[in-house]
Design a protein around this ligand. Structure first.
Ligand code: PLP
Length: 388
């Protein structure tokens, strides 16, 4: 269904239920970012097929999920708290979570807001900091949700190609719209897995309009194990750093994430729902996230497993003479050059392997998620059948 068709269907539904056309703007304002995200932000796992073909595939390496479930201490904490689920907050689980973030990231209590995943705050950042006169600047290719939300809102969007090293072209981003309301940097970037140096991020901060906000999406940072941008969220008022538990923590279906930013930005992003999205989170998800975030040795071990599994795939792809772009996260991009990525995705489906999508700027390039070592071996075997 196209975005226009979705809008028309929802509009017809509201009008059919007796709402007047003049009510629509008010309704949209109440639901705010939630409506935006639900309408235009296809779920992170959807690679374009309807219904989603991935659940039927034996090897699911299309959605940048983790190959394994939550870390053991997280699973235990989630299981423990279920018996107390009759209370909204049996103790102060939200506070405990925020304290864990403070300890790990070095940011003050009032700079942290937990959220059920990072898709919603990503859309909300666009709703909160952009307008028809203050646009969004994003990269190409990058995670698409911010751009889609902006288009929905009729906010001007500039998509700036990555540099030759596949990192964000921060100078190009400021030049593309020197008066934007929001600049979006995804590091490691989805889909390339590449890291934008903190020095480049600081350059962008020094050169953007002082009242514009920089959103730094670090969904994959634990897979890279490099210094993060949390210190910028603590030190400045114009930075939002965003995290999710959907990736290395293996909690995509449990919906947990958080933002780190100045309290005024948190208040602004929450103004659509009185803070419900961040204030009332499922207890098992909160407890699991708190216990996982502080399990540093287990996080490092998972990163090492990913690197070893990625090595298996990359060695094989190179031996087969394929062009694989550099990566520092749990995904890699293969340029098939002579075949559209969509056709290769379909070919892999015949082998019960669900690989990732492609981006319009690179139609012959597929994104593949790093799974377990066994999944990577199965991917290599499937490759040898479909790429002869
Ligand atoms: C870069 C990036 N940001 C945000 C998200 C949103 O994920 P979630 O809503 O599960 O936290 C994703 C999901 O794939 C992502 O790749």
């Amino acid at each position: 269904m196209t975005e226009q068709a979705i809008i028309e269907e929802r509009t017809d539904d509201l009008l059919g239920r007796g709402f007047a056309r003049r009510d629509l703007a008010r309704i949209a304002a109440i639901f705010g970012a939630g409506v935006v995200a639900a309408s235009v932000g296809r779920p992170a796992w959807a690679s374009g097929g309807v219904p989603d073909p991935a659940p039927n595939a034996k090897i699911r390496i299309g959605a940048n999920e983790c190959w394994a479930g939550p870390l053991a201490p997280g699973q235990a904490a989630a299981a423990r708290i279920i018996a107390s689920g009759n209370r909204y907050a049996p103790h102060d689980e939200r506070g405990d979570f925020i304290k864990a973030v403070m300890a790990v990231e070095g940011v003050p209590y009032d700079h942290v807001a937990p959220w059920p995943g990072s898709s919603d705050p990503l859309s909300r950042a666009v709703v909160s900091f952009c307008s028809p006169t203050r646009g969004l600047v994003t990269a190409d290719p990058t995670f698409e949700l911010a751009g889609r939300t902006a288009e929905w809102l009729k906010v001007p969007v500039k998509r700036v190609p990555l540099t030759a090293d596949y990192v964000h072209d921060v100078k190009g981003m400021v030049a593309a719209d020197p008066n934007a309301g929001l600049y979006y940097i995804c590091t490691p970037n989805n889909p390339t897995g590449t890291i934008t140096p903190l020095a480049d991020i600081e350059w962008l901060l020094d050169n953007k309009p002082t009242d514009a906000v920089l959103l730094i999406d670090e969904a994959y940072t634990h897979f890279a194990g490099v210094p993060t941008a949390s210190y910028l969220a603590a030190a400045r008022k114009d930075v939002v750093v965003m995290r999710t538990f959907s990736k290395i923590f293996g909690m995509a279906g449990m919906r947990m994430g958080y933002i780190m930013t100045d309290p005024a930005n948190i208040a602004r992003m929450m103004r659509y729902d009185g803070g419900m999205q961040s204030g009332a989170l499922p207890l098992p998800s909160l407890a699991c996230a708190t216990a996982s975030l502080t399990a540093a040795p287990l996080i490092a071990a998972r990163r090492e497993q990913m690197q070893a599994a990625r090595g298996i795939a990359l060695d094989h792809l190179k031996a087969r003479g394929l062009d694989v772009k550099p990566t520092n996260a749990n995904m890699f991009m293969i340029d098939w050059k002579t075949k559209p990525a969509k056709d290769m995705q379909a070919a892999f489906r015949t082998q019960s392997v669900e690989i990732g999508r492609s981006w319009p700027i690179w139609p012959t390039v597929s994104r593949v998620t790093v799974g377990s070592a066994a999944e990577m071996k199965a991917f290599c075997m499937a490759l040898d059948k479909v790429w002869v």
